[in-house]
Design a protein around this ligand. Sequence first.
Ligand code: HEC
Ligand code: HEC
Ligand code: HEC
Ligand code: HEC
Length: 510
Amino acid sequence: MRSITETVQAKPWVGWLLFFGTMIAVFVMGMFTYTIVERRTEAQFMLSPPTDIDPLEPRPEVWGRTFPRQFNTYEQMADTSFRSKHLGSYRRDLLEENPRLVILFAGYAFSRDYNLARGHIYSVVDVQETLRTGAPMEKGDGPQPATCWTCKSPDVARLMHEHGPDGFYAKELSDFGHEVVNPISCASCHDPETMNLRITLPALAETFERTGRDVTKATHQEMRSLTCAQCHVEYYFGKDNYLIFPWDEGMRAEDMAEYFDERNFVDWTHGVSRAPMIKAQHPDYEVFTTGIHYQRGVSCADCHMPYKTEGGQKFTDHRIQSPLNNIANACQTCHRQSEEELIRNVYDRQDMVKEVRTTLEDILVKAHLEAEFAWNQGAEEEQMADALHLIRHAQWRWDYAAATHGGSFHAPLELTRTIGAGIDLAHRARRKIASVLIDLGHTGPVPLPDVSTKEKAQAYIGLDMAQLRAEKEEFLDTVVPQWLAEAHERHQRWDERKADPDWEGSYLFD
Ligand code: HEC
Ligand code: HEC
Ligand code: HEC
Ligand code: HEC
């Protein structure tokens, strides 16, 4: 074989080829090194950015100037086009889809209006728009307390800083309509000094303390779920509408039922059966902790905020949504199965839980209507007490399973167990009512009304929907624009102070 020197002497063009080839290789390598160094600097910058963000800054766009990637993905939550078989980000009218809910929630605001969640970016708008919050035309008007704002906005942490948690909870929702305008965002989960995850709302830390744990000792992986557990939990309004998580006896449905019974707590008296009801909120965290993923150390963020890579930079996807819209990043990092198979696994579990849940719903609707019939036949409180207590417990178990929209996947076994217990309780309630009716001299079937559509059911329980909608429209046309104008002026004041080199202390507070 000839040496390179001999080859080049024989064919000079090979020399030139080698020369230019090396030049190009060196150039490309230089480019690589340059981008790597640039990304490294960027990564370092992302970890310890020079922020002048106030710890309670509620506006996502202000944080977004320093953290554009997280902010851009956060903003993608505005897209509500995704639909999965049972969930998704579009506005779904659950009462229209399932009119049984109107009867189950009779006498409570959920019978007016109940939509599926659209995403964090809509948290404030959805509170303003739902018929559940009514039309508070003046500050101090009801029907809902300020406590309702708690899990909707980082403005709440700012207001609690000013008024104290009890001062905040004691007000009406309408008192703070002009203050709470920014949807759930960066300040809800991050400390801007370090960008570490943090807990900003007091209820979770208080609950940990009462039950002998310390939330500040949570590990990093736990925090990737606990930041969500500030809001995605069961809660109730105690004295002076103070927000409390009922975890003192445990986090399963029966533990919380015991907690509520001990305190004789009643959310509302049922509009049809007069049972003393408890409304389940959304025990997402509690139910999740009974499932296999939690038990294997997987966190909420692993599926709902997976890592994403853009321009060689790995970062956390802040579009919090159904993981079924992002299976490659959300599931296939751990599972080797195909997208179709994983989707089928999810749908199978959801379908099975829904099947038993619907069975329980049917029995519960009948129990409420039969109790109403017994009252109309002249039943006495004493005669009805046992049946109503059973209805309270059966519906609590149904709601615990229904209100946690992701629960059928997060922990299908626990939900099936809970619904199973509910089916037994609801059957027992119906038997009690049947024996009351026999005592009252009524035998034979109970005539049930036609409540098979949302409209029929709402008319049956006596809701004047046209009036509720008209009031809401006026509220949205007149009051909400005033709230937003006041907020805009406040934000401008903050920006002026932030830009003022002589301003000392927090620019959010005078
Ligand atoms: C400050 C309270 C709060 C925190 C913290 C919070 N959420 Fe939410 N979340 C909400 C509210 C309120 C909604 C409903 C918003 C709406 O649709 O109006 C919601 C909606 C959702 C939805 C439904 C979105 C859709 O497209 O259907 C998911 C999924 C979700 N959150 C997951 C999480 C995860 C995961 C975390 C933690 C990383 C978290 N949330 C932290 C309050 C919170
Ligand atoms: C519901 C809670 C939540 C909200 C709201 C939130 N984040 Fe995050 N953020 C997280 C989680 C969880 C991580 C992953 C942290 C980890 O594992 O260390 C994260 C990580 C980050 C990081 C570290 C780098 C990375 O991408 O992993 C930055 C920077 C960041 N978020 C910025 C923001 C900004 C800006 C906003 C507002 C537009 C925001 N976050 C809103 C929960 C949240
Ligand atoms: C961080 C890793 C991780 C991620 C992300 C993850 N999983 Fe899993 N998954 C696990 C582990 C671990 C188990 C338990 C299996 C075992 O230990 O053998 C599991 C179990 C399951 C099971 C069986 C559950 C049962 O009922 O027995 C299903 C189905 C599943 N995962 C689907 C999904 C889907 C769908 C996603 C995305 C939305 C997902 N997983 C995301 C780690 C993960
Ligand atoms: C292993 C992956 C995984 C983990 C971990 C996980 N989820 Fe989910 N979550 C899902 C899937 C899959 C769905 C069903 C989505 C669908 O049907 O479109 C879901 C649904 C939800 C929904 C309802 C979404 C909607 O569109 O209304 C919420 C809210 C939610 N999860 C919150 C949480 C919270 C809070 C945690 C932690 C306590 C958590 N998830 C942990 C996979 C996960």
